[in-house]
Write a protein that binds this ligand. Sequence first.
Ligand code: C2E
Ligand code: MG
Ligand code: MG
Ligand code: MG
Length: 280
Amino acid sequence: LEKHATLKRYLSPQTVINKLSPKMQLLEISLHRAIKQHDFEEFKIYYQPIVDIASGKIVAAESLLRWQSPELGLVYPTEFIPLAESTGLIVPLGKWVLKKVCKQIKSWRDVGIYPLILAVNVSAIEFNQPGLIEKIVKFIDINGLEPHYLELELTESMIMQDVNSAIATMNQLRSLGVKIALDDFGTGYSSLIYLKNFPINTLKIDRYFIHNVANDPQKSAITKALIQMAHNLNLHVVAEGVETEAELDFLRQHNCNSMQGFLFSRPLPAAEFEKFLLTN
Ligand code: C2E
Ligand code: MG
Ligand code: MG
Ligand code: MG
């Protein structure tokens, strides 16, 4: 009965739920409960290092959400983020992530782990919510952060939903000092005409292009061109999903600034990331 009441409160019309598979229904009920009743305690933020290729130093980390559900086990964001987006639950969830990451920037700074940029993935719905800037200002102020240690990761497709308003929001963020990265670059559909107008700092080349880049003539041609273009636009360029030495060698040879991937480290819980930092 309690389950039913929860469902009714947040899913209307009721017919929507009837069309979902039993697995999706469970996912949705559990996600709702994790956020609304269990106060985010089932969520954990992992951090994956981003390494400067020339120096080998960790210069940043991307925060990646994990959900340990009592009913479903460990759930990855590719499964629950789309659902969080379609139900609007991404708004409180995204706020929680931003808050936690800002706190993390402060606590790592306090123990001398500094300077380290922490990146947060932002969904379209969150990005388009009024009040996003105010939220960010608040978390920055509470923790006394220098804003350039926070980077937001946006995607081309979310920016393209309403380009002018997205550019305005990005400009506001930039004037605060917050950094902006364009995530999964090359998989969206923004034109290069727009790219030059995006007030971004960083371009993250999607891992599709990086996988086997050294041995695939088409991927290497595209990746080389993307790195060159990013540099011509004065952007910092990060390669995502680097898994092999051959991929890293290729990126080094073509002056890609930074790399992120399993070759260096998987995403780690905060405490393990901290240990990893102190030994690398
Ligand atoms: P993303 O932002 O592109 O994050 C990179 C994804 O690639 C992560 O998957 C990461 O674990 C994975 N990855 C990193 N290195 C490698 C590698 O060498 N090989 C392979 N095969 N994969 C690698 P993850 O953690 O499953 O996250 C998937 C997506 O979920 C993210 O893609 C992001 O779009 C979204 N996401 C994650 N956390 C959040 C969050 O807090 N908020 C929002 N809105 N979205 C999030
Ligand atoms: Mg990302
Ligand atoms: Mg990405
Ligand atoms: Mg992605």
